[in-house]
Design a protein around this ligand. Structure first.
Ligand code: GDP
Ligand code: GDP
Length: 450
């Protein structure tokens, strides 16, 4: 069994910006190959098609379609390209500015170029809808007016130019993204949540409260510093995603994009600590982040901060607990803690809870034990028929930890009904004491004997 390594290296965050209709989502789908669309969805998880982890030439990156970020069905505001660009400048490592080769340059293309020029981050000018080499000869030249050293002609719809572009993109990733390996016995915790919920305060409180050796380790993103807490037996890496303090309107406008930073932090976290403001409650953005954490196979703890503000308000307390359990039902296993970073109340529960969650998350189980559980489960409650044949379960084994993942070998993987899968999942969870973390079951067809 292999533990899934948590990459010490943070995946590079690549943002796609561009006017509506230039082909951002087509390019996004082309690059990510929409492979996730096939995986059957976990009920309740908010699926967002606008972020995806990609690997090209063995280099991982997270691709973000900033144009799509705002498209909640009830939200009619279209994210302006200006906002997208500003967010990309703030949050991303690399920016791909997508242009429409057929339409030619527009005034807004010049404006965005002007805006992007203010950052030192690498920018790729990608000209889309160049459907053939002949078109490249006629359409591309005018785009040099933007002053880019190099243009990347592509046709997102047909795949033209994509390979060349991706080769160059990942070859340009900064090697300085390479982080020193973490000491053994380190649990990485990503503090996520909307601005002002108290992430930094909580980290400060933890650092102040615990008698531990504290060291700052070089920030992986601009303006960020990770904190390492060391005890004799356990190290904790605290990843703050609070980012730079912005004021007023700009902060408000860019807030929805701060989710990008969460995605990057999750890449190297074991446990996502989603911090929620007790007064404000849980937001749709929070549930998206949890959904993404789950998709990435991370464990999760919900931390309701600023409990001091509602400590005498039993009604509000009840209300927020209900709200959380309603909106986060799909991570029903995630512990919920109520704390106050300001007064320190409840904060002492945090590391013990982290410890419990991590032990489960990193747990490993013998094949013998697993097979006994499977046997008992299928004996006491046999699966039904599939196309007139009896479903059989032969054996099971753990494939990874972080999160605990098990392969169950059966004659008809497709024949396992959802309710039976849930039954097996619940039995595994119960018998293995895995009540606080995500668990994965895969059904595989038994190898036929030769
Ligand atoms: P977005 O608004 O920037 O996300 O743009 P979309 O990806 O929705 O694409 C807008 C339109 O451009 C769609 O009708 C696409 O079919 C079309 N389109 C995208 N890529 C190409 C391409 O490579 N060639 C051509 N001719 N059309 C494309
Ligand atoms: P971040 O943006 O999530 O890192 O939030 P900060 O840690 O900067 O906190 C935002 C504001 O909330 C600050 O004014 C804090 O003093 C305040 N704050 C943080 N934790 C608490 C808390 O537990 N109770 C109260 N009343 N205020 C808090």
């Amino acid at each position: 069994m292999t533990a899934q390594p948590n990459p010490a290296r943070q995946a590079t965050l690549v943002a796609l910006v561009g006017r509506p209709n230039v082909g951002k989502s087509t390019l996004f789908n082309r690059i990510t190959k929409t492979r996730k669309a096939i995986v059957d969805p976990t009920p309740g998880v908010t699926r967002d098609r606008h972020y995806e982890r990609v690997e090209w030439n063995d280099r991982p990156f997270i691709l973000v379609d900033t144009g799509g970020i705002d498209t909640a069905p009830d939200d009619r505001m279209v994210t302006s390209i200006r906002e997208q660009s500003m967010a990309a400048i703030e949050e991303a490592d690399v920016i791909c500015f997508l242009l429409d080769g057929r339409e030619g340059l527009t005034r807004s293309d010049y404006e965005v170029t002007e805006l992007l020029r203010r950052t030192e981050k690498p920018i790729y000018f990608v000209v889309n809808k160049i459907d053939s080499p002949e078109l490249e000869a006629t359409l591309l030249a005018s785009f040099y007016e933007l002053g880019a050293d190099r243009l990347w002609p592509v046709a997102a719809e047909h795949g033209y130019g994509i390979k060349n572009f991706l080769d160059a993109l990942v070859a340009g990733f900064k090697e300085s993204g390479e982080l020193p390996p973490l000491p053994e016995n380190t649990i990485s915790l990503a503090f996520l949540g909307r601005p002002n919920v108290g992430k930094s305060s909580l980290i400060n409180r933890l650092v102040g409260e615990e008698r531990m050796v504290v060291s700052n380790i070089p920030g992986t993103t601009r303006d960020s510093v990770d904190t390492m807490l060391a005890t004799k037996h356990q190290n904790y890496l605290l990843i703050d995603t609070a980012g730079i303090r912005r004021k007023g309107k700009v902060q408000e406008k860019l807030e929805k994009f701060s989710v990008m930073r969460s995605l990057a932090a999750l890449e190297r976290a074991d446990i996502a600590l989603l911090v929620i403001d007790a007064e404000e409650g849980i937001t749709e953005q929070d549930t998206k982040v949890i959904g993404y954490a789950l998709e990435q196979g991370r464990a999760c703890i919900l931390v309701v901060n600023k409990w001091d503000l509602v400590k005498n308000d039993a009604k509000r307390q009840k209300q927020i607990r209900e709200e959380i359990s309603r909106l986060t039902g799909f991570v029903g296993f995630a512990p919920v803690l109520t704390v106050s970073a300001l007064t320190g109340t409840g904060v002492a529960k945090l590391f013990p809870t982290v410890g419990q969650v991590y032990r489960q998350y990193n747990g490993s189980f013998s094949t013998g034990k697993l097979n006994r559980i499977l046997q008992e489960a299928t004996d006491s409650h046999p699966a039904g028929l599939y196309r007139g044949k009896r479903l059989k379960f032969y054996y099971t084994t753990q494939v990874t930890s972080k999160p605990p993942s098990f392969a169950v070998f059966t004659n008809y993987p497709k024949g396992v009904h959802f309710s039976y899968e849930r039954y097996l999942m619940n039995t595994f969870r119960e018998q293995l004491g895995l009540d606080k973390v995500p668990v994965r079951l895969f059904f595989r067809e038994r190898q036929r004997r030769a």
